[in-house]
Ligand binder design. Structure first.
Ligand code: MRU
Length: 348
């Protein structure tokens, strides 16, 4: 079904269609969200997930809030849109792209002497579409830039899903792989399944298969032994938030891969758009890490795989300290340690 990208979030004029990622890879069903609340639920329940995609969905949710609010004046509209932004902001705490997209939307939602309710609604829609469009363009740029780090014949290990599904389109870490493959390089991807919700096996394997990029699926617990017994040229992951010192929050299991990569002298790199940097946070200590329901670990596809009252710890993300990271690939170029200054220059 893919050319080189799939659109998982589509603005349809009066509602937002969201490809329900919980049903992949077996069913391709779009949720037709007609209210901001429905978009918030789609984000919270992971029907749409991945840091940039969450930001885009939230922006479209806010546009929907603007369009569906029964108001007479621009001031009333602004109040409704701010309330909706507050609701969306709390759906998932770790991906800074959510906050980034909402802040950007709210900046466009202000009165001017000639503003009308209709013109403000249109402004919100236009801005949400711009955020989506820019994300795709940024990913393509990031992909082309990062492809230099992948040589012909390379084996690249990755975790979670950082492809078209997780973004406006094309992807970040998976976009780099996709760009290298498009250049004619032979790349094999080792995809970690990504317990507990299996974004690696359900989503990344699906995207790679659609793109005809050779891959091998492994369980997360096989990564260490794979690195010990096979050649891995690069480990590449996405990011949900990058602190000013280069510490990275990403899907649980990413820290483990970074430590393994260091132990096996494999370069570990991150691919993320500049919207993922949070310069208000100095180091990982300030990054809120989401903890999710115990049942995500106790069950799989609705089947009980542990005692129903098993005590569970289920952090959705972990932190990779900047000292483990060889490079961060962005749409504005690749940065290397020391990250503090490089990030400041990149984002200024
Ligand atoms: O819980 P998820 O599936 O939203 O987690 C997604 C990740 O951790 C991704 O690696 C990250 O958001 C980058 S997506 C381009």
């Amino acid at each position: 079904m893919l050319a080189d990208t799939v659109q998982s979030i589509i603005w349809r004029g009066d509602h937002v269609a969201i490809l329900d990622q919980r049903l992949l890879p077996t069913r391709e069903v779009y949720l037709e969200c007609r209210t901001c609340e429905e978009v918030a639920t789609a984000i919270r329940t992971l029907a749409v997930r991945g840091a940039p995609a969450i930001g885009i969905a939230a922006a479209m949710g806010l546009a929907l809030a603007g369009c569906t609010s029964d108001v007479d004046t621009p001031d009333e509209l602004i109040r409704r849109v701010h309330a909706a932004a507050e609701q969306l902001l709390h759906t998932r705490p770790t991906a800074v792209n959510l906050q980034w997209a909402l802040t950007r939307m709210l900046r466009h939602c202000h009165t001017t002497p000639d503003a009308t309710v209709a013109s403000m609604r249109q402004m919100l829609i236009d801005e949400a579409l711009r955020i989506q469009h820019e994300d795709i363009e940024n990913n393509r740029m990031l992909g082309r830039t990062g492809a230099h780090l992948i040589s012909d014949g390379a084996t690249v290990m990755t975790i979670c899903n950082t492809g078209s599904l997780a973004t406006g389109g094309f992807g970040t870490a998976l976009g780099v792989i996709r760009a290298a493959a498009a250049e004619g390089k032979r790349v094999t991807v080792v995809a970690c399944e990504t317990r507990p919700l299996l974004q690696g096996s359900r989503l990344t394997a699906w995207e790679l298969r659609c793109n005809r990029i050779p891959y091998l699926l492994i369980t997360d617990s096989m990564a260490a032994w794979y690195m010990r017994t096979h050649r891995v040229d690069l480990v590449i992951a996405g990011a949900d938030r990058i602190a000013a010192n280069g510490d990275v929050a990403n899907k649980i299991g990413t820290y483990g891969l970074a430590v393994l990569a260091a132990a096996h002298q494999v370069p570990f790199v991150i691919a993320a758009p500049c919207a993922t940097f949070d310069l208000t946070i100095e180091s990982a200590d300030g990054i809120p890490l989401e903890e999710r329901s115990a049942d995500e670990v106790r069950t799989m596809a609705g089947i009980s795989i542990a005692p129903s009252d098993a005590p569970v710890w289920n952090p959705a993300f972990d932190i990779v300290p900047h000292s483990y990271i060889h490079a961060i690939i962005t749409e504005r170029g690749i940065i290397h340690p020391p990250f503090q200054v490089a990030i400041q220059n990149l984002c200024s």
